[in-house]
Design a protein around this ligand. Structure first.
Ligand SMILES: [Fe+2]
Length: 245
């Protein structure tokens, strides 16, 4: 890779917590595959989603420890780090006043997702309040939100108050036609700040590789490096990078 390698801001490699890895070996296989794609650091981001997937801190910590031990035993050369994918729901809001939702390394940045069919009320207001308090909200798969498919202006506005992190596999069409179109536009027009794997299975690693190949072919190696290495590290540090033009 030359430099430090890619940093993955979004993955479901921890086993038995949600719809991600089922067995420990699945998580190890995903980490190995991501390493082969050029990732040197991977954040595990288990779901925090009320009524669906809400593993407790102790379970997450145990799953993280188990995968780290298995990774080390298998000599997979990837640094495993821990965050979460926070759904914008009642649990999130209950944690909001204390900023007690899980963040990247407990720092200023945190990953969130929204319901895909309808955006929550006061979205921009809450994002603004978070930015004022020096947090960096990181939006997962911005290509997926249906109300934004026909509202490009709102999407570009959102890009000024949170980091937009496109799923690599969406670029290859793995998540649907509209999602693919939107993902490619976000990257081509330099509105996306970064890309991530969002892997749930080993098959997803292949699809992420296809998306990565698309960026390289369409925009060149420098764009790959910005979207997968430089910008993810700045995001984790709490910085909103300039768009990739
Ligand atoms: Fe995810």
């Amino acid at each position: 890779m030359g430099m430090a390698g890619f940093l993955d801001l979004h993955s479901h490699v921890l086993a038995g917590l949600d719809d991600g890895a089922r067995q420990l070996e699945d998580g190890v296989a995903m980490l190995r595959g991501l390493g082969e794609l050029g990732f040197s650091e991977v954040f595990a981001t288990p779901h925090q989603r009320a009524g669906m997937f809400l593993p407790e801190a102790a379970a997450i910590s145990a799953a993280h420890g188990a995968l780290e031990a298995a990774r080390a035993a298998a000599a997979v050369p990837v640094t495993l780090r821990l965050a979460a994918e926070n759904m914008w729901d009642d649990v999130f809001f209950a944690r909001l006043s204390q900023r007690s939702f899980p963040r990247y390394d407990g720092g200023p940045a945190f990953l969130f997702e929204l319901p895909v069919q309808q955006l929550p009320p006061r979205l921009e207001d809450v994002l603004f309040e978070l930015r004022v308090s020096r947090m960096l909200p990181v939006m997962a798969h911005p290509e997926r939100y249906m109300p934004l498919w026909k509202d490009w202006d709102r999407l570009t506005q959102l890009a000024e108050s949170c980091a937009l992190v496109v799923d690599l596999a969406a670029l290859d069409g793995a998540h649907g036609r509209q999602q693919g179109k939107q993902a490619r536009r976000l990257v081509e027009e330099g509105v996306a700040h970064a890309c991530a794997s969002d892997v749930h299975t080993s098959e997803d690693v292949r699809a992420a590789g296809a998306g990565l190949a698309w960026i390289k072919k369409r925009l060149g190696l420098a764009a790959v490096t910005r979207l997968l290495a430089e910008h993810p590290r700045r995001i984790v540090a709490g910085e909103l990078p300039d768009p990739v033009g």
